[in-house]
Design a protein around this ligand. Structure first.
Ligand SMILES: *Cc1c(COP(=O)(O)O)cnc(C)c1O
Length: 487
């Protein structure tokens, strides 16, 4: 198949007079535009738009689309992101006219099916969370965190308690402190022990009657389940605080353990991670939250309720923090989640978690032979290797390894997160990858760490763009086409 020039822009391919469509001859008297529009609304000259035939435009975009890595084309071991395969069936069901063509202003009586679906989403998430009340409104995981922090703040305000501090382990995702701060709390970091768990002494020294919430990710971002979570939750509750579970890692524990049962009072889900919503590319996500009974009155409106006369959107909740976005939430993502939940059912959901943990441990068992995995014992659905020794011995960084993987046909894993591991390479294979793929990935990594450093420093070599200067690319991005300029 002939390839177009890798970096040719539509502007460069433009040929004067080329058209995608031809207009029929005008059959009404022509009038100069200037007679119809005020002078200030007229441009000095026609816009310098590219002129091309329709097939040229289609091929341009199709060729561009194949230059990117994607879950459909490549293994995507992006730690903390749960890049599982997104079944095409869920896409098909979500685009059925009865789903896709609804309008949020339609009368409730005409959208009973969709309301029933959303109601069941609330019910199923409540069951998985072990927490009874759910809001589907938030637009992403981080937004779910912030919404939960607003719910917690409203709860304490209602009780006339002045609690200002949110405690967050140092292994946490950066969105946790950001969400707490945006909701008006002061954040305090809690240290991790050498084995990657919460330092109980440090936690105890920071718990007091100013503590509002402990935000904890379990399993944590090292991929390890905090064994003392029950005790930690009790300690927080003893000083009158709440426990928030960051649910981004639910893929590891679905159907096995419920955050509500280990002491969480609030949590968020990432349907675009755990429940097969497509993600990346800035597409929509969703961040439903589940909360304990005493927090339910403060959830955002509307909540989907079931009455004798059918399903209804309930806006009449006097203690609610109000709407956090328009309408019900990212309904398209929620429908995909519903399809995923229904397709699996409770028993198979548990299998998802078991297989995700099995796959991660299978890759770990091979990788630890050639890359240190400092907290690897007892890993769950992901693990964090370290390129620190590779860096000191051969000058090869985590970034070099990640970029070189692209040449082998694998998406780069998450690097330099969590911050508590030096030269971190965070690998999450998910349950949908085969043993063959996992073997190929581990073999590629093994080859890469033995390659000469020079081969890695400017990797990748086979992608349309090789190794850009990341600082310059971020500080001086070239986003506008200029005549004659070479991209
Ligand atoms: C992805 C992630 C988040 C944020 O979720 P978004 O949906 O990307 O906003 C929060 N915490 C952890 C641990 C995550 O991995």
């Amino acid at each position: 198949m002939p390839k177009t020039q890798p970096t040719a822009l539509l502007f460069e391919m433009s040929k004067l007079g080329c058209r995608a469509s031809q207009w029929p001859a005008c059959d009404v008297p022509e009038q100069p535009l200037g007679d119809l529009l005020p002078a200030g609304a007229m441009a000095d000259a026609p816009a310098p738009l590219p002129e091309l035939s329709e097939p040229d435009v289609v091929r341009h975009f199709i060729n561009l689309s194949t230059k990117n890595m994607s879950v459909d084309a490549n293994f995507y071991p992006l730690g903390s992101c749960t890049m599982k395969y997104n079944p095409k069936r869920n896409e098909r069901l979500t685009s059925l006219p009865g789903m896709a063509d609804l309008h949020p202003y339609q009368p409730e009586s005409t959208v009973q099916g969709m309301l029933a679906l959303l109601y069941e989403c609330q019910r199923d998430l409540a069951e998985i969370a072990g927490l009874p009340a759910v809001s589907l409104q938030p637009a992403a995981g981080a937004h779910g965190e912030m919404t939960s922090m607003l719910v917690a703040a409203a709860y304490f305000r209602d009780r006339h308690e002045r609690r200002t501090k949110v405690l967050i382990p140092d292994s946490a995702h950066g969105t946790n402190p950001a969400s707490a701060a945006m909701a008006g709390f002061q954040t305090q970091s809690v240290r991790s022990t050498l084995d990657g768990f919460v330092d109980l002494d440090d936690l105890a020294s920071k718990l007091n009657d100013e503590t509002a919430v402990l935000m904890i990710t379990n399993p944590n971002t090292l991929g390890r389940f905090e064994p003392r979570i029950g005790q930690i939750a009790r300690q927080v509750h003893d000083v009158g605080g709440l426990v928030y579970a960051d649910g981004a890692n639910m893929n590891a524990i679905l159907g096995v353990v419920r955050p509500g049962d280990f002491g969480a009072d609030l949590m968020h889900f990432n349907p675009h991670k755990t429940f097969s919503g497509p993600h990346g590319g800035g597409g929509p996500g969703a961040g439903p939250i589940a909360v304990a009974e005493p927090l339910a009155p403060f959830l955002p409106t509307p909540v989907v309720v079931r009455t004798d006369r059918g399903y209804r959107l309930d806006y009449d909740r006097p203690k609610s923090i109000g709407q956090v976005r328009d309408f019900v939430g990212s309904v398209g993502v929620l429908v995909r989640m519903y399809c995923y939940l229904r397709t699996h059912g409770p028993k198979q959901l548990r299998r998802v978690a078991e297989d995700a943990v099995l796959n991660a441990n299978y890759v770990l068992s091979q990788v630890k032979d050639f890359l240190p995995v400092p907290h690897g014992d007892g890993a769950m659905h992901e693990f964090v290797a370290s390129a620190e020794t590779l860096k000191t011995s051969k000058g090869i960084s985590a970034m070099d390894v990640a970029k070189r993987l692209l040449d082998y046909g694998f998406h780069a894993p998450t690097v330099y997160f969590p911050l508590i591991v030096h030269e971190a390479i965070m690998i999450e294979p998910t349950e949908t990858e085969s043993k063959t793929t996992l073997d190929q990935f581990a073999a590629a990594l093994r080859e890469i760490v033995d390659e000469p450093a020079e081969r890695l420093h400017d990797a990748p070599h086979s992608t349309p763009i090789c190794r850009p200067d990341e600082v310059a690319a971020a500080r001086h991005p070239v986003l506008r086409w200029q005549a004659g300029a070479k991209p």
